[in-house]
Design a binder for this molecule. Structure first.
Ligand SMILES: C[S@@+](CC[C@H](N)C(=O)[O-])C[C@H]1O[C@@H](n2cnc3c(N)ncnc32)[C@H](O)[C@@H]1O
Length: 548
């Protein structure tokens, strides 16, 4: 037989050369192809010929470089399937194209089925402009990437418990150059409650009547940070305390921001100059005492005064700087229960390791200023990465937007913090991890803080519930129905997957009814579709329903 003719022979024809009539009947000639990997199912009785079968398959399809065989059912928490290598290049990872996206797939480490491509297309076709979409069990990201690539959804969130699946979904998001996908690694039971809760976000003001009036004409807040200017604490302490007492009657959490100067000296626990550290101690002691007496949330102070106004500080004509060792000396002698030390843009309190180690070592609370963190980061990725690490030790946030990474000194004073929405920070990504914080005053006119009030409104309006929720975990998706309902609002569409015998499709609707009744929610079934066969007369189905 010449080579051309041989290639034209089909897989089945060629198998006749090595299998008997009986054996041929047992061969499943249909197989899945993922990228350049073919996945065969081979009967136990044909196992002694499986490598020969695989080689024949390889010779019939020039696009296939590897042949493997299913070696188990989908099993375990991660729904993984074992694959046995049979022929061609020995590998499990490939690049696959589906619905206009490229996907890196590891056929063994993470669940993925190319047979669901049509179901994914069905969902894609339903997604409307500006929707917030949640994929509860996102795997290596087929739904998240394809919805992002093919629709005008606003935000697509994927949660996946398998770390290898999560890693691949990050890679797939990058490969397809997608910007509106957010991915979380972990159990939906732990991650989702954080994503849907609303943080307590408040405002910042001076304690004087004119400052307070300007900020609270039309706004009610549960949390307020009071800032102190040069001289306030020394010369006007009684009025300051009276004002705090009044505010305490209306506002749940009050924070004080330490002044930058006290008794004429910089407030600085890390310069090593005796006189300065003495007045700093006096200032902190007074603030600590005030917080304790009035039952306030705490007070914020810098490890050194932000050097934006005067790069080089002088004491008795001599220049001085800020050192970690002096900070350590100060806090090994002085203990504060209410003090929250704030991260800055330069020097030792801009470094994640210092913030974590020093706050732990000296039992200090921590205030994370987002604009400072952004200004001290070299890339966006570094900013989000640092945020995730620091959010674990943060007690309280200063919230502002920012535009400049690695901010140069000359832009510090005027351009390090902006109104929310006017910079580059994606607050949707951060809000789930913020419990409590205030919007920073970002404009110069503190008595007319339009930008801060606008930031406050924008953040309080961020929608934490989803417009569409996908639950692609047949068999046990019902265990997560209540969580999905907690993450929904009126109008949310939920796609609930199940494996059911064709006589029992209504059971899926019963599961939905039971969960909605428990949560006292009304719903409407929109559709019930078959999206694949699981076993004879048993199907993977999807019920689409809406919260009404
Ligand atoms: C059937 S797969 C679907 C994956 C993906 N959506 C797809 O269509 O290819 C279900 C996925 O849910 C993940 N999973 C199971 N329990 C989970 C949980 N409690 N939280 C988050 N992910 C979970 C599994 O690791 C698995 O990757």
């Amino acid at each position: 037989m010449n080579e051309k003719k041989e290639k034209q022979l089909s897989f089945k024809d060629k198998l006749k050369e090595i299998l008997s009539e009986e054996e041929l009947k047992k061969v499943k000639t249909a197989f899945d192809v993922i990228g350049d990997i073919a996945i065969l199912e081979i009967d136990d009785e044909l196992r002694n010929k499986e490598e020969k079968i695989a080689k024949i398959l390889l010779s019939c399809h020039k696009n296939i470089n590897t042949v493997v065989r299913k070696d188990s059912e989908h099993k375990g928490k991660y729904r993984r399937q074992k694959m046995k290598y049979l022929a061609g290049i020995d590998k499990k990872e490939t690049l696959h194209k589906e619905n206009n996206t490229w996907l890196y797939v590891n056929v063994e480490d993470v669940y993925y089925s190319p047979r669901l491509a049509n179901e994914r297309k069905r969902i894609i076709n339903q997604v409307k402009k500006d929707e917030n979409v949640l994929v509860m069990f996102s795997g290596l990201g087929p739904y998240t990437t394809q919805i992002s690539k093919n629709t005008n959804a606003k935000r697509i969130v994927g949660i996946e418990i398998n770390p290898k699946g999560h890693k691949l979904s990050i890679l797939n998001t990058k490969k397809n150059k997608l910007k509106n996908v957010e991915l979380y690694n972990g159990d939906v039971n732990k991650i989702l409650p954080k994503l849907i809760k609303k943080p307590i976000i408040g405002l910042k003001a001076g304690y004087q009547k004119n400052h307070l009036n300007a900020k609270f004409k039309n706004t009610k807040t549960d949390i307020l940070e009071i800032y102190l200017s040069k001289g306030d604490l020394e010369n006007d302490y009684d009025n300051f305390v009276e004002s705090l007492k009044e505010l305490k009657k209306k506002i749940k959490h009050i924070i004080i921001h330490s002044p930058y100067f006290y008794k004429g000296y910089e407030v600085c626990p890390s310069c090593g100059i005796k006189e300065i550290e003495k007045t700093t101690k006096e200032c902190f002691d007074l603030l600590e005492k005030t917080c304790k007496k009035l039952d306030l949330f705490g007070f914020v102070a810098h490890p050194y005064t932000s050097p934006d106004s005067n790069k080089k500080r002088k004491f008795n004509g001599k220049e001085y700087g800020y050192k970690k060792i002096y900070f350590e000396k100060f806090f090994s002698k002085n203990k504060y229960q209410y003090l929250m030390i704030e991260n800055l843009i330069f020097y030792f309190f801009s470094k994640v390791s210092n913030m974590i180690n020093l706050t732990k070592k000296y039992n200090l609370k921590f205030c994370l200023d987002l604009a400072h963190l952004y200004g001290s980061s070299k890339t966006e990725e570094e900013f989000y990465d640092k945020f995730m690490k620091l959010s674990k030790i943060t007690n309280y946030y200063h919230i502002a937007d920012a535009k400049y990474l690695n901010i140069p000194y000359n832009k510090l004073k005027t351009e390090h913090s902006f109104e929310v929405g006017k910079g580059n920070i994606n607050f949707n990504k951060l809000i789930p991890f913020i419990d409590i914080g205030i919007c920073e005053v970002t404009n110069k006119d503190e008595l007319n803080p339009i930008e801060m009030l606008s930031s406050y409104e924008k953040l309080n309006k961020i929608e934490t519930k989803f417009d569409r929720i996908l639950m692609p975990l047949p068999k046990s998706a019902e265990d997560f129905l209540e969580l999905a309902l907690d993450s929904s609002k009126k109008g949310t569409i939920i796609h609930f997957y199940d494996f059911l015998h064709e006589d029992e499709f209504d059971l899926a609707k019963d599961k939905i009814k039971k969960a909605c009744d428990k949560k006292k929610l009304k719903f409407k079934i929109l559709d019930l579709v078959k999206c694949g066969q699981h076993s004879p007369r048993t199907y993977r189905i999807c019920v689409d329903f809406m919260i009404i």
